[in-house]
Design a protein around this ligand. Structure first.
Ligand SMILES: Cc1ncc(COP(=O)(O)O)c(C=O)c1O
Length: 404
């Protein structure tokens, strides 16, 4: 870093390096940016010649590598090429984008949908198109970073409420300045905790305070609800949200983000959501893969039943062995270790025993609640789930993390 200008920024760069080194001080402790090679059709990965059971993936339905999904991506690339060379509003639209949006609308049980380049872009673009200065957004304390960033960029007043605490939300709404649009935003399933937003009560509070309700279904689609259709189906369709958003990068093994709602809302987003209007369209292969995976989700709801059963079984096994799993009630199960270092110790020991559980540390989770974020998928078997629980308990015992 020769120049004086770089000298000014050097402390920031060095701090990042020190932070990484404080947790990953030797190759065995490396847990970030590890290039695993996934085995097809199993939940195992290869790393440095070892076969390891992956328990921290996001492909909940086990469709990453599914031959129908891969074939659809190949066919889309062969038909439409590898890129769209522009934004949808100008030169970048292909029929596949419209087919995908129609399928998303069906799965989301809404009139229309719009697809963005990522879930992050969908949150930032949607929030910015709905609220601005003079409006107020009320956001759960554990909401995803893309929601928080969208709120900040929008220029609206941002009010945080305690995680899943609807009484606190109600008090915050009573105390907020009147006037303007009021928008409440929550994750349907919290990505690091695996718990579910209390939708019926949120709806009541929103109605009482004339607020719109928006949910992020990133970890709900394909995961909760009897057939995997998300948080509304989980609550037996007793209540509806106003703005439904999700990603195509978790249970749906592709790239992209979506919003579903009335034709009027989607029409507005097509012209007002800046990451849609000023960023290139989804690549054909990604659109083709997502479309096929959504069709598989609808055709094979037994995948959803399977991961719901695995989630329950895994939680029972590790809790019985003395591990803390927070309020998880889905396929996402945190194994709470405590300090950042403890989470790394646990991950490193578990990997030595043949199982991967990736650590999530501050600032992604609150201090002293660092954890391994475990997710069961439809690629796992009953035997995988039992083997993983046994290995994590053994590792936790070795690390001195078990109660009693
Ligand atoms: C709740 C939630 N919303 C949005 C996103 C962003 O999605 P994408 O990776 O498609 O940008 C994520 C990704 O981790 C997420 O967990």
């Amino acid at each position: 870093m020769a120049s004086a200008a770089w000298g000014r920024i050097a402390p920031k760069l060095e701090a990042t390096g020190r932070r990484v080194a404080s947790l990953e001080w030797e190759p065995e402790r490396r847990n970030s940016f590890v290039p695993y090679t996934a085995e097809r059709d199993t939940a195992y990965v290869d790393l440095d010649g070892r076969r390891l059971l992956m328990m921290s993936g996001y492909s909940y339905l086990g469709l990453a590598g599914d031959e129908r999904v891969v074939a659809a991506a190949q066919a889309a690339a062969a038909r439409y090429g590898t890129g769209n060379h522009g934004v949808r509003a100008l030169a970048g639209s292909i029929p596949l984008h419209e087919e995908l949006e129609a399928e998303v609308a069906t799965v989301a049980e809404r009139e229309a949908a719009i697809v963005f380049g990522s879930g992050y872009a969908a949150n930032v673009g949607t929030i910015g198109a709905l609220v601005g200065p003079g409006d107020t957004v009320f956001v759960d304390k554990y909401a995803h970073a893309s929601i928080v960033d969208g709120c900040r960029l929008s220029g609206a007043t941002v009010v945080r409420f305690r995680h899943n605490d609807t009484d606190h939300l109600a008090r915050r709404m009573e105390a907020a300045a009147p006037g303007g649009v009021r928008l409440v935003i929550v994750d349907s399933v919290y990505s690091m905790d695996g718990d579910i937003a209390p939708l019926p009560r949120l709806r009541e509070v929103c109605d009482a305070h004339e607020a719109l309700l928006m949910t992020d279904e990133a970890h709900a689609l394909g995961v909760i609800g009897r057939t995997g259709l998300g948080v509304e189906e989980h609550f037996e369709r007793r209540v509806r949200v106003d703005v439904k958003l999700g990603t195509l990068s978790k249970a749906i093994p592709s790239m992209g983000g979506w919003v579903a709602g009335s034709a009027e809302l989607i029409g507005h987003l097509r012209y007002a959501a800046r990451p849609f209007l000023f960023s290139a369209a989804l690549a054909p292969a990604s659109a083709g893969a997502a479309l096929e995976a959504l069709r598989v989700l609808r055709a094979e709801p037994e995948r959803v039943t399977r991961i719901q059963g695995y989630g329950t079984r895994f939680r029972e096994l590790v809790s019985a062995g003395g591990m803390r799993t927070g309020d998880s009630e889905t396929a996402v199960v945190p194994l709470i270790a405590g300090s950042d270092e403890s989470a790394y110790d646990l991950a490193t020991t578990a990997r030595r025993l043949g199982v991967i559980g990736l650590p999530v540390v501050t600032p992604a989770v609150p201090r002293d609640l660092a954890r391994l974020r475990i997710a069961v998928t439809a690629r796992h078997t009953d035997a995988d789930v039992e083997l993983a629980a046994e290995a994590f308990l053994k590792a936790a015992g070795e690390c001195g993390l078990l109660a009693g």
